[in-house]
Design a protein around this ligand. Sequence first.
Ligand code: SF4
Ligand code: SF4
Ligand code: SF4
Length: 274
Amino acid sequence: MAAPLSYLGVGLDRPRVGVFEFTSCEGCQLQLVNNEATLLDFLNLIELVNFREAMSERSDDYDIALVEGSISRADEVARLKEIRTNARLLVALGSCACFGGVNQLKNRFGDLDWVKKKVYGDFPIASQEVRPLADFVAVDLMIYGCPPKKEEIEKVVTNLVVGKKVAMPKYPVCMECKANENICLFTLGEPCLGPITRAGCDAWCPNHRRGCWGCRGPAEAANVRELEAIMARHGFSREAMLDRLECFGGFSSQVAALRGQPRRPRKARSSKRS
Ligand code: SF4
Ligand code: SF4
Ligand code: SF4
């Protein structure tokens, strides 16, 4: 008898899915439940067994873990490792999970105790340097964005269920922006990271006359030096560019190179299957 079909270790039946969050605003999870037009069809494809934001049942028996949020406390590390042990496929959902997201902005301050004091005053809060999931466990797939497009989350999960390849765009946001026939924001006097940022959001921000802040991280072969030249031609400083590059954490290695800082070593990376 032929072996049951599977993709990335997940059987092509209705996979059991758990949705989890760490340090986050829960906006990525909201994208999942905020798609009324297709939600019921989507739920027919999977069996949700653990999703604190949407249901009261809890199960540790799941095939796919969609994990939102970055890691900023010691107890989160232990819980993340437990989820990794339970799941056959762990998906980092959103910029916080993939790169640290907006939470990692606090890492820019050298003295994290000072930050804690400023934010929480005299309340004792256990908080440490913010790190992405892949610094602690193997991550099989990343769904980029802050938040990711809900259509993209559904597409990735659907592909997993039906056994189709999951492929993220490698080209930059500019390609989608041009296809949408937007006027380039640089000509309107607004900086934009579209030339170096991974597409897949359909140029969400430029479509609404907002410059890209790079929430999906770098496109393949992102040329930051060339972006710096474009910025300079339009009167924007290197600091203005760095300010955007640092916002979501996806460009941390490029920022370190520009600032002449050593690159931070990663503890664990990408797929447990690699
Ligand atoms: S990636 Fe953005 S939307 Fe998702 S949890 Fe983080 S801050 Fe919220
Ligand atoms: S607005 Fe941004 S994304 Fe659009 S073409 Fe200009 S630089 Fe590229
Ligand atoms: S345009 Fe840039 S900042 Fe906006 S959603 Fe797309 S990748 Fe993120």
